[in-house]
Design a protein around this ligand. Structure first.
Ligand SMILES: Nc1nc2c(ncn2[C@@H]2O[C@H](COP(=O)(O)OP(=O)(O)OP(=O)(O)O)[C@@H](O)[C@H]2O)c(=O)[nH]1
Ligand SMILES: [Mg+2]
Length: 675
């Protein structure tokens, strides 16, 4: 009955014959069937074949026939086949599908870009794919049945895998990162996706790992991390990293009292000049060279950082005593004595250093850095190229400066600044030639604040630029108005002090030109006073600026001559029109012969250099007489007149307008003007 069913008939539906079987066989399989039959007959063996048949409904099946031949005893000829027929279509299809999926899997394993590794519970390699072999540089033979952790990992990696294996044994799959060692010894990063392998009973017998090379990703991550904490230009620690280290050092210092530490705050002196003269790119090169120089003069456990601009910081975390910090500061200053080579130009650099010591007991890193900064500022104010150690009084000074700055900003807005005009007299005929413009601050609560209090502060905080501009504008405007009102005043001049920062402004000439145009003042009526220290710091640049100013028609006075460090020898190279002799020389000139000799020498020197002389601070008739004797051209001082408010000066001009030879009466107490 089963045979009928296999062939697609009801039992007994047809008469069974060889022909029926033969016809049902798939035409393509018939030759094979014939051959199998012949073999069975000739070799007297079992007829055993799988082949396709076509059922009466046209569908195709696969069958397995196993039959014995029955031979006629007499003739020895085969008479029939006795055996079984089985429909194996479903089983056949399942096996084919399995084979196909196995092939697919093998393809995948061999061609995947991931490394695959199967190990037993003793970490012996059971299977490794080509990709992983490629990654580690070993052949499969070198790894199969070997303990892979001994070959491909270092101690740290073995610890990581040990932990991972623990999780595998509990049946957990997960991912983790570790380094592998190549056959060449080189280490590289992988991420491993690990999964346990269980046998039929669910017992864990090993694990399978998928390895991906993440070296590039790791490198990018490390780069990112590095960039976040380092200065892009010099590669030094940046503010974030430096502050982090400082914080840790302060914390450590709280628990362990033996070690002292310090920070050094460095700012290059006049770095702007290098940028302006050699260009920003060379400025950058200099910053890089200085970074290397600082690193090389530090011990490995000191941290050098760059906060930005031309500011560097150093953390000395292991000091024996406070003297160490001073020694380091001196070493740095000495190491910068040699010039730097910037594309052929030799550049000398000095640096101002502020030191904050752990003994000051800072609790916060920010406070310690701020105090080192304050000390650095003090080093700048004291003339640069030196170091200063922070102490409390500096803090007070700095807070005062800060409140002064705030007040000055307000004063600028509220126009609390005034200009006083001090007459300058032609000594030969005692006539008025003009005024020196002097700024005063009329503070609403504190009254008059003298310039020596707020001008240095304004230099430090930069407010000197807006303030200086205002003084220039206002003096030019005022003089022009007086000239308009009194034609006789048309030859009066005004002399305006320029601060160092103003003088070194890149667009100074343009600004002055614009001011003259805006106020309509004749350039010959404006004189600019510059102190010698400005010029000393950058004499080439100073000469350049002075030449520009001369081109405008503006004359220049060298102020406070003799008080600074200027040597007489370089005076001849300066395009200066007037020399102002400082009041301290005039004060003392009648004391002794030597003192008057000094003034005499200065005046002769100026005359030799075709400069005219203005004596400051004339207070007595004796001084005036001596100066006249020495052919000093001009003078100013209380003996003539004190600085006048604008309204007073105006009245003075009006009342003496007919004749600018003002003198009415000269007494020992001074001049009596028409006022
Ligand atoms: N080349 C270069 N210059 C920079 C960079 N950052 C800031 N600067 C310049 O560095 C100068 C720093 O100025 P300061 O330190 O205030 O002034 P200085 O000219 O050094 O004068 P002192 O410090 O007062 O002696 C400014 O002119 C900035 O324009 C930088 O990354 N590269
Ligand atoms: Mg600087």
């Amino acid at each position: 009955d089963e045979t009928y069913r296999v062939y697609g008939y009801e039992p007994g539906q047809i008469e069974v014959s060889n022909e029926v079987f033969y016809n049902a066989a798939h035409p393509d399989d018939r030759t094979r069937i014939g051959q199998a039959l012949i073999e069975a007959i000739e070799q007297r063996k079992i007829y055993d074949i799988e082949h396709r048949i076509i059922l009466p409904d046209g569908s195709e099946r696969i069958i397995h026939c196993q039959a014995e031949l029955v031979f006629d005893n007499r003739t020895g000829k085969p008479v029939k086949l006795l055996g079984t027929v089985q429909d194996i279509t479903e089983r056949k299809r399942a096996i084919d599908a399995l084979r196909e999926s196995e092939n697919k899997f093998r393809m995948l394993v061999e061609n995947t870009s991931e490394g695959l590794l199967q190990v037993d519970n003793d970490d012996r390699t059971q299977f490794i794919n080509n990709r992983l072999c490629e990654m580690v540089g070993y052949s499969a033979d070198e790894l199969i049945n070997k303990v892979w952790t001994q070959i491909l990992l270092d101690d740290e990696g073995r610890d990581i895998i040990g932990e991972a294996n623990g999780r595998r044994r509990k049946g957990i799959s997960d991912r983790y990162e570790t380094k592998l060692r190549k056959k060449s010894g080189e280490l590289f990063w992988v991420i491993i996706g690990g999964a346990p392998i269980a046998d039929a009973e669910g017992k864990i017998i090993g694990s399978m790992g998928v390895f991906s090379d993440i070296t590039e990703k790791k490198r990018a991550e490390e780069q990112l991390l590095h960039d976040a904490f380092h200065d892009g230009l010099t590669g030094l620690a940046n503010r974030a990293l430096f502050m982090d280290h400082l914080r840790m050092t302060i914390e450590r210092g709280k628990s362990r009292h033996s070690n002292s530490y310090a920070i050094l705050f460095l700012d290059l002196d006049r770095f702007k000049v290098i940028n302006d003269s050699l260009g920003h790119a060379e400025g950058d090169n200099l910053l890089k060279s200085i970074a290397r120089q600082l690193e090389s003069s530090m011990r490995t456990f000191d941290l050098v950082g760059r906060l930005g601009g031309d500011e560097f910081v150093i953390l000395l975390s292991e000091m024996l005593d406070e003297g160490d910090a001073v020694q380091v500061a001196e070493r740095i200053q000495n190491s910068l004595k040699n010039p730097f080579d910037l594309s052929g130009s030799e550049v000398f650099v000095t640096v101002s250093i502020g030191i904050a010591l752990s003994t000051a007991g800072h609790k916060r890193a920010e406070d310690m850095l701020r105090d080192a900064d304050i000390a650095m500022y003090r080093a700048k104010a004291r003339g640069r190229a030196q170091y200063q150690i922070f102490d409390r009084s500096m803090h007070e000074h700095a807070s005062k400066q800060l409140s002064l700055e705030i007040e000055m900003r307000r004063a600028l807005e509220r126009q609390e600044f005034l200009i006083y005009y001090q007459p300058i007299i032609n000594l030969e005929n005692e006539s008025l030639v003009g005024f020196e413009a002097l700024v005063r601050w009329k503070h609403p609560e504190r009254g008059m604040i003298p310039p020596f209090v707020f001008i240095p502060a304004a230099e430090e905080n930069g407010l000197i630029l807006p303030l200086g501009n205002w003084i220039l504008q206002e003096s030019c405007r005022q003089l022009r108005r007086w000239q308009d009102d009194n034609p006789a005043a048309s030859r009066l001049m005004v002399s305006v002090n320029l601060s160092c920062r103003q003088f070194l402004q890149l667009d100074l000439t343009e600004k002055i030109d614009a001011t003259l145009r805006a106020t309509g003042l004749d350039p010959r009526c404006l004189k600019l006073e510059i102190t010698e220290s400005h010029i000393m710091e950058n004499s080439e640049m100073a000469v350049l600026i002075m030449n520009h100013l001369h081109a405008l028609g503006v004359e220049i006075s060298l102020d406070d001559f003799g008080t600074g460090y200027s040597s007489l020898s370089y005076l001849h190279s300066l395009p200066v029109d007037y020399l102002k002799v400082d009041r301290s020389f005039i004060n003392r000139m009648t004391d002794s012969k030597e003192n008057s000799e000094i003034v005499s020498t200065i005046i002769k020197l100026a005359h030799n250099l075709k400069m005219k002389v203005i004596a400051e601070g004339i207070e007595t008739s004796e001084q005036l007489a001596q100066l006249k004797n020495l052919d000093c051209e001009y003078g100013q001082g209380y003996f003539f007149l004190k600085p006048l408010e604008a309204a007073e000066a105006e009245k003075f001009i009006k009342q003496n307008a007919e004749n600018f030879s003002f003198i009415v009466n000269q007494t020992d107490a001074g001049f009596k003007w028409n006022m």
